[in-house]
Design a protein around this ligand. Structure first.
Ligand code: C5P
Length: 401
């Protein structure tokens, strides 16, 4: 997948620069052309000669090098790569790109890159207090909003002696990540139909009142957008939300669980993957009063069960890949596991509603992903769009395995 790709490997001045030698070697082994650009500080940690030897190419460190073939070397370097990876990415380079400062070769090349064509990925590495500082957090947030990709660093022993978040992600994991980015860019969902359900359902009590829930639809809309960007034909069946539908997605608006049930069942035979993020009401009032219920004496409302759409899909599975969501307030993993078995699912994305940054109306989520073989993967807090791509990465690799 990486074979023949041109990767710009940007190295800024952190002790993790020593890991980048391994990274360069792995990328070359994958068949990439690796063009290294180093900051002046990076050259204090590791010699450009190491990278020149590993990549078989000149290594550039300065805007005004004699070896540049033209006066616009920074533009040439920015034009060629299929993607850029900055590893390690220090607080300094992250801050510069956020602020638009281009005062050395690496920052200038990164500013000149057309990210619509070539993704730019930062792999931060720094002391944990620096990493959690408001400035770095804010810079990373803004970079992500602008479409840059920022890999979450790992936790562990840091060179400064502290233990915490800030370790550069290990080179083999970065290579795997780059492969998934290339797969996304090349449209790895082309030819597949993905059905996503999103949002809450409304269970009417009378013409103006309903039972509902707090689901915003953000997770489902983010998944629909990400799948569509990766080439899938996407059918989004959505309960009422305040969101604009993603471009190129076929939107079907429903209100109650029963409407959602019919819409999903109609599409089901013709789809490859179903992702059910919708918070479907388990119960509905048995009776919907034909007129607005007047204030008066107490009334009793009997609630009856709604169809369990996902369970029905699981029972009638004919090769479709089924992903359920589980939002729980207690016994998260046990309940999610039960759901996987009861509903015959291939994957469950479980979010603990008690955790900050997880759940309904937020832009972020904190999830565990459960697989059929019992493996559980824990993801750090991340925005729902970024998480969508990771979920789609897992689905596509399971489908093809
Ligand atoms: O059992 P629970 O409602 O927690 O399961 C959550 C998963 O099942 C979600 O993926 C949700 O969309 C789906 N579901 C459904 N039909 C229901 C209830 C939930 O498809 N009636």
């Amino acid at each position: 997948m990486l074979e023949g790709k041109i990767v710009l490997l940007g190295i800024s001045g952190g002790i993790a620069a020593y890991k980048s030698a391994e990274l360069a070697r792995l990328l070359v082994k994958e068949g990439c052309t690796v063009q290294v650009v180093m900051t002046e500080a990076a050259c204090e940690f590791i010699s450009p000669l190491t990278f020149k030897t590993l990549t078989g190419r000149p290594v550039y460190c300065s805007l005004f090098e004699k070896s540049h073939s033209s006066a616009t070397a920074h533009i040439d370097l920015a034009r060629e790569p299929h993607l850029a990876l900055i590893a390690p990415a220090t607080a300094n380079i992250i801050g510069k790109i956020r602020a638009g400062i281009a005062d050395d070769l690496l920052s200038t090349v990164l500013m000149a890159m057309d990210r619509g064509r070539s993704p730019v990925i930062f792999s931060p590495s720094m002391n944990s207090t620096m990493f959690s500082s408001p400035a770095v957090r804010d810079n990373i947030k803004v970079l992500r909003q602008r479409g840059y990709l920022v890999v979450e660093p790992g936790e562990g022993f840091l060179a400064c002696g502290e233990v915490g978040e800030g370790r550069m992600v290990e080179p083999p994991q970065l290579v795997t990540y780059l492969k998934s980015i290339i797969a996304r860019e090349e449209g790895d969902y082309t030819g597949l139909t993905v059905l996503v359900t999103a949002g809450p359902t409304r269970e009417p009590l009378d013409p103006v009142r309903y039972f509902g829930n707090l689901s915003s639809g953000k997770m489902g809309y983010a998944l629909a957008r990400a799948a569509s960007e990766r080439g899938a034909r996407v059918i989004l069946i959505s309960g009422p939300t305040a969101l604009d539908p993603p471009e190129k997605v076929h939107l079907s608006l429903v209100s109650s669980a029963r409407e959602m049930y019919h819409a999903v069942m109609e599409e089901y035979p013709n789809v490859d993957i179903v992702i059910k993020t919708a918070a479907v009401a388990d119960y509905r009032p048995e009776e919907c009063f034909p007129e607005k219920v007047k204030k008066g004496k107490e009334i009793e409302v009997k609630l009856v069960r709604n169809p369990d759409i996902l369970k029905e899909l699981g029972l009638n599975k004919k090769g479709q890949f089924l992903v359920g969501f589980a939002a729980e307030t207690e016994d998260l993993l046990d309940n999610a596991n039960k759901k996987m078995k009861e509903k015959n699912l291939d994957m469950v994305v479980a979010n603990d509603l008690g955790v900050e940054g997880a759940g309904f109306a937020t832009d972020t989520n904190v999830v565990h992903v459960l697989y059929r073989d019992g493996f559980v993967e824990e993801f750090p807090i991340m925005d729902k769009y970024q998480l969508s791509h990771l979920i789609l990465d897992r689905i596509i690799s399971l489908r093809s395995s």
